[in-house]
Design a protein around this ligand. Structure first.
Ligand SMILES: C[S@@+](CC[C@H](N)C(=O)[O-])C[C@H]1O[C@@H](n2cnc3c(N)ncnc32)[C@H](O)[C@@H]1O
Length: 353
């Protein structure tokens, strides 16, 4: 006689290497079979688990999205396990995709998947070349190498934005570490050489006085250092400043508009420790740029996604968001933040509305 082996939820979770809560979700979606004991506890037939694994295992490997494209049978399982909604036209670079959000685990210099003239607004903060320990990027280039890297990624971004597309670039005003450099002026010059048109510069006063440590020659004119404890957001556009594409629906309040069109912004920086990334900006920064410079439903791109702050701001403001990040761990972090913080914000909106 053949006896069927039944597993508890804990055993099934170990067997499938997914959490119990995910298993419950899969049950609700009808993707895993289970039976209930007289006391109402779930039990899983081992054969059903094997069947589920057979269907989903190929897509857990690197080529999961390619498999998905070529095998409709996997579509539902992929949606359930990875939260993917639309699995057409995807490539291996696509790390995460929901209705409104796309995360690419890719290098901005070589990414192929972003359509030219498709982006309404870019909001980003690139690496500053100040010796930050990113997992997959060398942040200690010579200044001239750094500027040629900057030229290359700016050229890519120029192609992605629409004719009336805009670009909010968060960079330091100047660089003190490893030699004084007029960073904002140099990058602005490169952007203009590429074809971007200059609109304005917003000063972000991070209110972070702890940076005030290097005085140079103390109380002497020999060689004092002057350091502005601020960063900037340089605003560019591609061809025409007046925005005609998109829904034309703005969701900025009168108070926000009046406050933010004053080009000195005062809000605190973000904690690296809290976020788990070495250089995050606060969601407030992309939130302001998005609400001020784009319409509801527009497509926003962040080519240096990091921990996903720009995409969180997209969720919050009703925009579509595309993020590109070279490091897979930061992609994971961004996805986690979107699923946790992002959903909580939407829930809050739902409860208060
Ligand atoms: C200053 S951080 C961005 C932080 C982000 N604004 C946030 O709030 O978390 C720059 C990010 O760019 C990523 N990066 C560096 N070089 C890259 C490249 N060539 N393509 C895509 N991402 C890159 C780094 O891994 C890092 O996460």
């Amino acid at each position: 006689m053949v006896t069927t082996k039944y597993l508890t939820i804990k055993e099934a979770s170990e067997y499938l290497k997914i959490s119990s809560s995910k298993i419950y979700r899969l049950i609700n979606q009808g993707l895993i079979n289970s039976v209930k004991t007289p006391k109402g506890q779930r039990r899983f037939n081992e054969e059903d688990l094997i069947k589920f694994l057979k269907k989903t295992q190929p897509i857990k490997q690197k080529s999961k999205l390619y498999e998905a494209q070529n095998n409709d049978l996997y579509a539902e399982e992929i949606q359930a396990v990875y939260g993917l909604k639309n699995i057409n036209n995807v490539s291996d670079e696509l790390f995460f995709h929901s209705e409104q959000i796309w995360i690419y685990n890719a290098d901005i210099l070589s990414i192929q998947n972003i359509e030219e003239n498709s982006v309404d607004l870019i909001v980003t903060s690139p690496p500053y070349n100040v010796d930050i320990n990113y997992n997959s990027h060398n942040d200690t280039m010579t200044y001239s190498d750094y500027l040629s890297f900057t030229r290359k990624w700016l050229q890519k971004c120029f192609k992605f934005i629409k004719e009336d597309g805009r670009f909010c670039l968060n960079i330091p005003l100047d660089k003190n570490k490893g030699g004084q450099q007029s960073m904002c002026a140099d990058i602005t010059t490169i952007a203009k050489e590429i074809g971007f048109k200059y609109h304005s510069t917003i000063i972000w006063n991070e209110q972070n006085i702890s940076r005030r440590t290097a005085w140079g020659s103390w109380l002497s004119a020999t060689a004092p250092y002057v350091i502005a404890p601020v960063e900037v957001i340089v605003v560019f556009y591609k061809n025409v400043w007046k925005k005609t594409s998109g829904s034309r629906e703005s969701n900025i309040t009168k108070q926000e508009f009046m406050e933010w069109t004053n080009g000195v912004w005062n809000f605190s920086g973000e904690s690296k420790k809290r976020i788990g990334h070495p250089a995050p900006y606060p969601v407030e920064l992309p939130r302001r740029c998005i609400k001020l410079f784009s319409f509801v439903g527009d497509t926003i791109l962040d080519p240096f996604l990091g921990s996903g702050s720009t995409l969180l701001a997209c969720l919050e403001t009703g925009r579509k968001g595309i993020g590109i990040e070279i490091d897979i761990k930061y992609c994971e972090l961004a996805k986690k933040r979107l699923l946790n913080e992002g959903q909580m914000k939407q829930l809050k909106l739902f409860i208060t509305s």
